[in-house]
Design a protein around this ligand. Structure first.
Ligand SMILES: Cc1cc2nc3c(=O)[nH]c(=O)nc-3n(C[C@H](O)[C@H](O)[C@H](O)COP(=O)(O)O)c2cc1C
Length: 206
């Protein structure tokens, strides 16, 4: 069985990566995980610890050292289910767009592209420079999915978790992993009178 690769880099939004990992682990997909040094720092700032074990426990995933270019993830001969970089810094995005494979995250992403495997990149930055926009276009043209960490609000989010789940749900959609993380849009609302809504346009969770 091949496994998905998940990388967490130093963009804000460590919660997105952790949430995706929780789901992949719960599905017994045994993801390979790589965290950049800046990713670890942002995890510590945002989640209180830069150690995956504090959020995920010790089993159900395999963590690779970002400096270890002897990792199986560095070779196209090692089969994987593709890679998600979540959150993805503009620095990592730029390195991959320009083929600069100076760590295991960049190299595994390069391998995903050259082997025509799925590469999903979840950048978080605002505003975006011309350079970053060009790098996003380069990656999209090379076959990557660019999924900005920008949750929608049409599904009636009531919590930060709902916003996180919106973004992670779109990533799972691209990975073809069924989920019920968020309510799906089923059409325009139908109003019966005034502002009383008969059909909100949102599919109920079941
Ligand atoms: C608290 C904190 C938040 C950051 N947020 C972002 C961000 O949202 N987007 C981004 O591209 N970089 C952000 N950075 C900067 C990156 O961490 C920095 O560019 C780093 O070199 C990225 O390295 P990496 O791509 O190897 O993880 C942030 C840094 C810190 C300390």
């Amino acid at each position: 069985m091949s496994h998905p690769i998940v990388a967490l880099t130093g963009a804000s939004g460590a919660c997105y990566g952790i949430r995706l990992l929780e789901i992949l682990i719960a599905r017994n997909l045994e993801p390979y995980v790589v965290v950049s040094p800046a990713g670890r720092q942002v995890m510590a700032v945002e989640l209180g610890s830069g150690d995956l074990k504090d959020r995920l426990g010790e089993s159900g995933y395999r963590e690779e050292d970002v400096r270890d270019l002897t990792s199986p993830l560095a070779s196209g001969s090692f089969e994987t289910q593709g890679m998600v970089i979540i959150p993805c810094s503009t620095g990592t995005l730029g390195s991959i767009a320009h083929g600069i494979s100076s760590n295991l995250i960049h190299r595994a992403a390069e391998v995903s592209l050259k082997e025509r495997r799925r590469l999903i990149v979840v950048p978080r930055e605002t505003p975006l420079s011309t350079i970053t926009l060009q790098n996003m276009l380069t990656l999209a043209q090379a076959g990557a999915h660019i999924v900005p960490a920008s949750p929608g609000f049409y599904h009636g989010p009531a919590s930060i978790q709902d916003l996180v789940d919106f973004v992670v749900g779109r990533v799972l959609d691209l990975m073809k992993i069924p989920h019920q993380l968020t309510k799906r849009w089923t059409g325009m609302p139908v109003f019966i009178s005034g502002d009383t809504i008969l059909n909100s346009g949102i599919e109920e969770e079941n």
